[in-house]
Design a protein around this ligand. Sequence first.
Ligand code: SF4
Ligand code: SF4
Length: 382
Amino acid sequence: MKINLQDMFEEFAEARRNGFLIVKDVKESGNNIVGTFCTYTPKELIYAAGAYPVSLCSISESTIPEAEKHLPKNLCPLIKSSYGHALKESCPYMYFSDFIVGETTCDGKKKMYELLGEIKDTYIMQLPQDQDNKYGKLMWEEEMYRFKNKLEQKFNVVITDDNVRDAIVFCNEERKVLKEFYSLGKLVPPPISGYDMNTILNGVIYTFDKKIQNEKLRIITEQLREVHRNGESKIPVTAPRILITGCPMGGVADKVIKQLENVGAVVVTYENCGGAKNLAHLVDEKESPMKALADKYLSIPCSVMSPNKGRESLLKELIEDYHVDGVIEIVLQACHTYAVETRSIGEIMKSLSTPFISLETDYSTTDTGQLRTRLEAFVEML
Ligand code: SF4
Ligand code: SF4
């Protein structure tokens, strides 16, 4: 079956807005919904409880003034924007969530969850922050059981090991399909722009029917391979190839990725939450299911971990596999964990002779021109 790729990209671009109506239907059909905020959430347990996970991470600037009535101005825009939706009751995903699950990741988020708990049932998983410590591993596995109990009690269901195993296979399938898709960035030239790739990686977060999503993504991937085989990519072979790392990109994609590609570069891979950091590794299907979940999720290389050596090794791997010419780090304003890691990541890039720039930004459009100037200068240098 041949599809119109542009129509598909637009369908994924609209997934967030279209999902507003779908989430209502899903809820009114008697299904349960759990709102999530972070890549560390073991969504397999939510599926195993017969419920749907939905992301509540907001990308809109419009709710920030409301949030600043309760939260300090100098706080990450993702946190303020998401909390602002809760105050304004303006996010259908939050409205239809039966409860919210958060993790003790960065300080801003975990303190925001305390306030969120006054508005909506909010359950917290205690995330250890040392990935190698055996107590941390045991604690995180224990947290898996605690979350499982919460789901069982809330939804009056029993979650068996087989339910969890099935959910692991189900989520791994999605990861494999997404990985095949984003690996198109390895091709020279890539058959898809980084902006369209990001649109799809974001759109899947708001897609409820994963079977249809997987089918569409397989077709898109195959068709894009054909574009490459036929030498029909619109991206010049000389376009500097960029890796994006750092904070989640949802709220700043237009002013970063779009502008970067408008000045002649192409984003070939994403290390941050929507990309490899989350999708590169599967959950081990042979291991006992709760331990396998604990192992997979604790190994996610986010800057909230201390130390966070996994980020360095993942970056090195991606730079090689994707023939990366330059690395751009995005730090959302007041994200201290990523801001502190900038120095060590910069040092590693220097040792690899890979040009590197770190950009601090927020959800406003006030720095759009300034970002364009810096992106232009960076691309020119490559
Ligand atoms: S950046 Fe870290 S804390 Fe934030 S959503 Fe991603 S994994 Fe979670
Ligand atoms: S971007 Fe940084 S400050 Fe914002 S929620 Fe994620 S880890 Fe926390």
